[in-house]
Ligand binder design. Structure first.
Ligand SMILES: Cc1cc2nc3c(=O)[nH]c(=O)nc-3n(C[C@H](O)[C@H](O)[C@H](O)COP(=O)(O)OP(=O)(O)OC[C@H]3O[C@@H](n4cnc5c(N)ncnc54)[C@H](O)[C@@H]3O)c2cc1C
Length: 303
């Protein structure tokens, strides 16, 4: 019987584990299919405080794992297949294997929606990015593209113009669905142009993205255009499928917050990108992990 079972091993899960284990709670982390989480898919992280020259994503996550272990957290390379939050203690299944916890912290993160075009997966982190805040700085003075037509795409495109030479927004329709104020700001930005009615049909490059092939859905023509980076801004999918009949989720799949890190089920808490559809940063996920562990501690004390 664990005091708390943490599902997920990104910055949210490991920070929760560090705080919970250090508070002397009997803590289990189930790492999932992506040990270390999303940061392990990138190279250098330049905005994690304390590393003035940046730190490799894998190295940072290994350090967090070691830190959680040092305080006594059990960490297992297992992926949860089913949960039961209807009865106490809560049950977490890994196939036939059963774990029980007095509390749960869900820290399963989110994944960026991708186009599915050839070359995209291979060049992810090598010019194909899911986060302008994270990677924009690497493309100072370059020509880049953003895919999408919503507020996020507009925000990312405008943000990128602070560093880059030009931004081409690639959008599959002939109008944006973003808010009017964001559309006006975007279309009035001299560094931004738009390829309407277009999708990316191929990401090209060997070691790094070099160009993209754009397909015009109206004229059916393909053009290949050089670009240093493509920022995907077509949405994120929270990894919450496991919990859909167990806790309240929002219509878009994100966990519905019932204050700080509480779900609607007392004793089940959340942390990180699985609930946060706005910031999606390592440091905000880590902060959420801290909050969840402190809420767990308070909940157990009250019990
Ligand atoms: C390419 C890339 C570059 C980025 N660069 C930066 C950057 O420079 N700076 C920055 O601040 N942010 C960056 N981010 C964003 C940052 O990585 C995320 O905001 C952060 O990792 C979210 O942390 P998390 O712990 O909530 O979730 P995640 O990191 O997504 O971790 C989720 C964890 O849940 C686990 N999991 C999922 N399902 C299950 C299951 N069924 N059972 C058990 N475990 C499960 C996964 O294995 C994973 O360990 C980047 C993201 C990407 C994709």
């Amino acid at each position: 019987m664990y005091d708390t079972i943490i599902i997920g091993s990104g910055p949210a899960g490991y920070t929760a584990a560090i705080y919970a284990a250090r508070a002397n709670l009997n803590t289990l982390v189930l790492k999932g299919d992506q040990p270390g989480g999303q940061l392990t898919t990138t190279t250098v992280i330049e905005n994690w405080p304390g590393y003035e020259n940046g730190i490799d994503g894998n190295e940072l996550m290994q350090k967090m794992e070691q830190q959680a272990k040092r305080f006594g957290a059990d960490i297992e390379q297992k992926t949860v297949s089913r949960v039961n939050f209807k009865d106490q203690p809560f049950t977490v299944y890994v196939g036939e294997q059963v774990y029980q916890g007095k509390t749960i912290i869900i820290a399963t993160g989110a994944r960026a929606r991708q186009t599915g075009a050839p070359g995209e997966d291979r060049l992810l982190g090598k010019g194909v990015s899911t986060c302008a805040t994270c990677d924009g700085f690497f493309f100072k003075g370059k020509d880049v593209a953003v895919i999408g037509g919503g507020d996020t795409a507009m925000e990312e495109a405008n943000f990128l113009t602070r560093f880059v030479n030009s931004v081409t927004i690639v959008h599959r329709r002939d109008s944006f669905r973003a808010s009017k104020i964001m559309i006006d700001r975007t279309l009035n930005n001299p560094k931004i142009t738009v390829q309407w009615d277009s999708t990316i049909s191929q990401f090209n490059g060997q070691q790094h993205l070099e160009s993209v092939t754009l397909h015009n859905l109206k004229t059916k023509q393909d053009i290949t255009t050089p670009t240093a980076a493509v920022f995907l801004a077509i949405g994120h999918i929270p990894n919450s499928e496991l919990f859909h009949d167990q806790i309240d989720l929002l219509p878009n799949g994100y966990i519905k917050s019932h204050g700080t890190s509480h779900t609607n089920v007392p004793g089940v808490f959340f942390a990180g990108d699985v609930e946060d559809e706005h910031y999606r940063q390592a440091v905000t996920a880590a902060a959420a992990g801290c909050r969840a562990a402190m809420d767990v501690e308070r909940y157990l004390t009250q019990q």
